[in-house]
Unconditional design. Structure first.
Length: 202
């Protein structure tokens, strides 16, 4: 299965019209809802993880900067961004950022190791891969460096760490881009996520 897009469920015009008439498709992005809630109550807590919290306004700002950083790395609508991240605030910001620019977010659980991750990366063909340096005693960065080097088209590797080896971008550097450079909003009914399960079907 080399082209995952050929396996997407396709809705015809009649389905799309019915979904919109029933209010199931509202032609809005996840980013739009975050933006709306940040405007209504910017200081309210939006995300909590073991390392701290983010307010609605902080989440919106981080998502905008990360979105701009991804665009600066060449990510365009329909490109895949892979994130093998714990349940950290960065994972939420990345999800919101990808919806803003029309990137397809490919989430990989941090429990997966080289054999599984390699197969997922080959199928997804990501433009950017984001990983922690270490998590729960495992060196994710070294694993990802080895795996992306084996891909036919090498993605840009981003690490959530204070520093990065040559050729790797830190999360902080990714988020240093100017949100003013963001492109127009993408189509809200385009593919948004490519997710792998541990064995379920359907």
């Amino acid at each position: 299965m080399k082209d995952w897009r050929s396996h997407l469920t396709q809705f015809d015009d009649a389905d799309a019209r019915r979904f919109r008439e029933n209010g199931w498709w509202r032609d809005r992005l996840l980013f739009d809802y975050v933006e709306e809630h940040a405007a209504s109550d910017p200081g309210r807590t939006a995300v909590v993880d073991a390392r701290g919290t983010m307010t609605r306004d902080e989440l919106l700002g981080e998502a905008r900067r990360i979105a701009a950083g991804l665009v600066r790395l060449g990510v365009q609508p329909g490109d895949v961004v892979t994130g093998q991240l714990p349940n950290w605030t960065e994972a939420v910001a990345l999800t919101v950022a990808c919806t803003r620019i029309g990137a397809v977010l490919n989430t990989i659980s941090p429990i997966f190791r080289a054999r599984d991750v390699s197969a997922m990366l080959r199928l997804a063909s990501p433009k950017v891969v984001i990983t922690p340096d270490t998590f729960r005693g495992f060196d994710h960065l070294s694993m990802m460096q080895d795996l992306v080097a084996q891909l036919p088209e090498r993605p840009q590797l981003v690490v959530i760490a204070a520093t990065a080896p040559e050729g790797v971008v830190t999360w902080r550097d990714l988020g240093s881009a100017d949100p003013a450079d963001l492109p127009e909003r993408p189509a809200p009914d385009a593919a948004a996520q490519l997710a792998f399960t541990s064995g379920t079907t359907g």
